[in-house]
Design a protein around this ligand. Structure first.
Ligand code: 13P
Length: 305
């Protein structure tokens, strides 16, 4: 069933588990996300970035909405990193049930102002809103505390921000970053900060940049002819602990990009004569499903729907 972000995330925060929010760009990715969630009785969120909207438009949104409506588990369609009020409203018009307004590059007052506008409009239509406070980016463990604090979300500010905006859930900067190269060794994640923010606030918290960049997938990528440097992601144990402390929405894009490319490369390498798209994109969907299953188990959402 198609539901709002709040319908999925409020129980997750209360039940101390995480909900995977996976980016989609086509039918196969969408099927892998929703069908795996159904098989594992897990609530799930499907998100489209502004780039995905540009690429797939209403056609892609309709695929997600149709699969979500027919799904036997709760599914929300979420706008990832909406850059403006107009962008958030456009997504709502397209049928999204959850939108992010990312005004985190503004100063605190500017961020509050832009976020509140979106919250007021979205709430009038029954849609829930994610916003962001702090600056995401690769933070290495060797960075001194003062430098870290300049980027990571300040707990007291988070309290004020939530009060002043009425946001439904909040993306916080805790050391994670987008992409396949999250820093050398074990990428940093600030559990104490999550715990502090969660203790002062009641709403679901969101972790961006949560791909694990599984090393077996990276190896397969290389073996199938792909080129990738020192790729690293968030360790499963670190992500699991984050959900215990209040992270309820967990954003994953890179892992599905890698998984689908592995499936395509392996299929083409194994069968150079193949030109049936179903025999190329089908294996990609299978590899994505395996990666999604692993993630849902790590997050503890299996059996919650
Ligand atoms: P990853 O690059 O770690 O998958 O993060 C995606 C994300 O946070 C999208 O908002």
């Amino acid at each position: 069933m198609l539901v709002t972000g709040n319908d999925i995330l409020v129980p997750a925060r209360a039940g101390k588990y995480g909900v995977g929010s996976f980016n989609t760009n086509n039918m196969e990715i969408t099927q892998a996300i929703i069908h795996t969630a159904e098989r594992l009785r897990s609530p799930v969120m499907v998100q489209m970035s502004e780039g995905a909207i540009k690429y797939g438009g209403q056609d892609l949104a309709n695929i997600v909405i149709d699969l979500a409506r027919r799904a036997t588990v709760p599914v929300a369609l979420h706008l990832d990193h909406g850059s403006s009020y107009e962008s958030a409203l456009k997504a709502i018009k397209m049928g999204f049930t959850s939108v992010m307004i990312d005004a985190s590059h503004h100063d605190f007052e500017g961020n509050v102002k832009e976020t509140r506008r979106v919250v007021e409009a979205a709430h009038a239509m029954g849609i829930s809103v994610e916003s962001e406070l702090g600056r995401l980016g690769g933070i290495e463990e060797h960075i001194v505390v003062d430098e870290k604090d300049a980027f990571l979300t300040d707990p007291e500010e988070a309290v004020q921000f939530i009060e002043q905006t009425g946001t439904d859930y909040l993306a916080i900067a805790i050391g994670t970053s987008h992409g396949a190269f999250k820093g050398k060794g074990r990428p940093y994640i600030d559990h104490a900060r999550i715990e502090k923010i969660a203790s002062l606030t009641g709403i679901p918290l969101v972790a961006h940049g949560s791909s694990g960049v599984p090393q077996d997938i990276v190896e397969r990528f290389r073996k199938a002819g792909g080129e990738i440097g020192d790729a690293a992601g968030i360790a499963d144990e670190d992500l699991q602990r984050a959900t215990q402390f209040g992270i309820a929405k967990v954003n994953v894009d890179t892992d599905l990009r890698l998984a689908s490319t592995v499936g395509i490369r392996e299929a083409l390498t194994a069968n150079p004569k193949e030109f049936d798209p179903r025999k190329i994109f089908g294996p990609a969907r299978d590899v994505m499903s395996q990666v999604i299953e692993h993630k849902l188990r790590v997050l503890g959402s299996v059996g919650k729907a």
